[in-house]
Design a protein around this ligand. Structure first.
Ligand code: AGP
Length: 372
């Protein structure tokens, strides 16, 4: 096993280091002359033109990738998108028809809850497309179309590189469907493609420049009993992902919230010393949301929260209110989640390691959940 880890202390450490490759390899071969071309989707143009709704089903981290993907699918492909946990979807009486495209997301391709939901959707007449990281797995075999993520095998129970690959695949799908449906201009598509092609290097920048500091911060916080995560827009699912990872491998109580929801309840949790991670939207691309989140930071800071912000390089507005600032490179609209999640993965791993826990094999969990 030591050899398989290639010198890393854990599979998770190795897999986090592979996040840039997971994105780059998922993009590779799918861009021609500045436009997205997904060979696996050849012949499906009529299907994409005929749908009036997309329903994304998945579990856990894959479902958070789906929540991020919703923003891209709605913006670029102009199709209404719902995201639902597979086990919730399966046990109600959902409205489905042949104009609904059900997109499942699964790293393993064997998650029973997701598989049962895909089968159920098919029986009800929906078209199914699977985003999967494992060639020939059961879920893609049960689907009408497949877009593979190329993150490479993921061994650690905590999903990391598969998550960024899933978001990448959803973005490619959104750009593809947007062009096919004629709702995305060539210029907007080319701009998004250029951004997508730059993401891998930006993740690599974070690993080079912020990994050590983030791990150090995790060590200082090894005795923390509870951590909150706040995000807005595409940062909201990232907050949920940051919290899940912390629960999963460091057994610390963690919760993610939509920043705008604070005043509707969660702000009551804030007491002096409470650590809160805040994912700050880009001041350049989302100035309105940026200012709203900065005022959320002021509100929790005034109540004694210990604020750790994840903010773009050059964002000085957060400095007066932050106890710690973790930097990510500037990224165009919608691309921030692919960067902001990286310090959260590093943080969860660093904290679990600081507590002396087995980061690859957390208690009570299996890598793929093959029972319902
Ligand atoms: C993530 O860290 C988890 N281990 C878990 O939530 C996982 O993402 C979920 O079980 C779905 O797995 P899948 O992608 O293989 O379907």
């Amino acid at each position: 096993a030591a050899a398989e880890k290639g010198g890393w202390s854990s599979f998770m450490a190795k897999e986090v280091s592979e996040e840039p490759d997971a994105v780059a390899n998922t993009v590779r071969g799918r861009i021609h002359d500045g436009a997205v071309v997904i060979p696996e989707l050849d012949g499906l143009d009529d299907l994409f033109r005929g749908i009036h709704r997309i329903l994304v089903i998945a579990c856990g981290t894959a479902a958070y990738a789906g929540q991020v993907g919703k923003y891209a699918l709605e913006q670029w492909a102009r199709v209404p998108v719902d995201v639902e946990l597979a086990h919730e979807f399966r046990y109600r009486d959902p409205v489905l028809d042949s104009g609904t495209l059900v997109v499942s997301i699964s790293q393993s391709g064997e998650t029973m809850d997701t598989l049962m939901a895909v089968k159920y959707a098919r029986e009800r007449g929906a078209k199914t497309l699977s985003i999967c990281n494992t060639q020939g797995a059961t879920i893609p075999r049960e689907s009408d179309a497949i877009v593979y993520t190329h993150a490479g095998p993921e061994v650690a129970v905590a999903s990391t590189k598969a998550f960024v690959a899933q978001i990448t695949a959803l973005y490619l799908l959104a750009l593809h469907v947007g062009r096919v449906r004629g709702v995305l201009s060539e210029g907007d598509s080319a701009q998004a493609v250029a951004e997508l092609e730059g993401v891998a290097d930006k993740i690599a920048w974070i690993l080079t420049h912020e990994q050590e500091r983030t791990t150090q911060l995790a060590r200082w916080m090894a005795d923390t009993r509870s951590v909150l995560f706040l995000g807005r827009h595409v940062g909201f699912p990232i907050a949920l992902e940051g919290a899940l990872k912390l629960k999963e491998i460091s057994y610390i109580h963690a919760e993610g919230f939509a920043a705008g929801e604070l005043k509707h309840g969660p702000i009551a949790l804030i007491e002096p010393g409470q650590p809160v991670f805040v994912i700050v939207p880009s001041p350049v691309f989302s100035p309105l949301l940026h200012d709203k989140v900065v005022s959320n930071i002021q509100e929790i800071r005034a109540r004694g929260a210990r604020v750790i912000v994840i903010a773009e390089e050059g964002d000085a507005a957060v400095l007066p209110f932050a106890d710690e600032v973790l930097r990510i490179p500037l990224a165009g609209p919608l691309f921030e989640p692919l960067l902001a999640v990286v310090p959260l993965h590093i943080f969860a791993m660093g904290l679990a390691e600081a507590k002396g826990l087995d980061v690859d094999q957390p208690r009570n969990l299996a890598k793929s959940v093959t029972v319902e």
